[in-house]
Design a protein around this ligand. Structure first.
Ligand code: PEP
Length: 247
């Protein structure tokens, strides 16, 4: 698609609710990989407790939060604001992940409000969308994802989108290359300025399937869960990303 070569690849690891202080040795290993792949962006989303420490040793690796509140401060016990993530050293925040949509009842309007909050704090939101297995079987995947985009995306630029079919997350199942290409093309066609938006695929990305997925023209990177918990497998996924243009 036109404009493709202007989009950098982004490989993002989502640690979810995993990781203690000793896990940060991972950052040192990934920092070395990042130094050898300056053509792409590498992002790690550790649990909130590790963000500040991770950011201090990250080098060129960028750090993300896994969620933020819609407000920047206030009486919201247990929540974290975009300003706080930025202050701790994050550059991005994952929003609307299907686990948050399911576990915390987050709906798309809330995701949009969080995205606006993130943008105003100077963070890049990574906005997740994706259909369930039943929705794909029913042939409504594009309808569902189209609605999620319409309701979740802020009316400002500066976000990243991650297409994550819910049935592929943490299951070992991945969408076929044809289905990924078709959905990414669809998403790009629906998003304002779509040819410039970084568009990631997520759902059981592993070293064995990364090269095929990351070679699809409309795929600008991956959001990786399980395989981002070990430096060796995350590094192998990074290495599988094609070099789009010299750094
Ligand atoms: C995710 O958590 O966003 C994800 C894609 O997980 P996994 O790679 O484990 O499927």
């Amino acid at each position: 698609m036109e404009g493709r070569m202007t989009r950098r690849m982004l490989i993002a690891g989502n640690w979810k609710m995993n990781g203690l202080r000793q896990s940060l040795v991972f950052m040192e290993e990934i920092r070395d990989v990042a130094n050898s792949r300056a053509d792409l962006d590498i992002l790690v989303a550790p649990p909130a407790t590790l963000i500040e420490r991770a950011a201090r040793i990250a080098g060129p690796v960028k750090i993300a939060g896994q969620d933020c509140h819609t407000e920047q401060s206030g009486a919201h016990t247990g929540d974290i604001s975009a300003d706080m993530l930025k202050d701790a050293g994050a550059s991005h925040v994952i929003l609307g992940h299907s686990e948050r949509r399911a576990d915390h009842n987050e709906h798309s309007a809330m995701v949009r409000a969080k995205a606006l909050s993130a943008l105003s704090a100077g963070l890049i939101p990574v906005i997740c969308v994706g259909e369930s297995e039943a929705e794909r079987r029913a042939g409504t995947a594009e309808l569902v994802v189209g609605q999620q985009l319409a309701d979740s995306l802020p009316d400002r630029s500066g976000y990243v989108i991650a297409y994550e079919p819910v049935w592929a997350i943490g299951t070992g199942l991945t969408a076929s290359l044809d289905d990924i290409a078709a959905m990414h093309g669809f998403i790009r066609s629906k998003v304002p300025g779509g040819s410039d938006v970084q568009l990631l695929y997520g759902g059981s990305v592993k070293p064995e399937n990364a090269s095929g997925i990351l070679s699809i023209g409309d795929v600008d990177g991956a959001l990786v869960g399980g395989a981002s918990l070990e430096a060796a497998s995350f590094a192998a996924i990074i290495e599988a990303a094609p070099i789009r243009f010299a750094s």
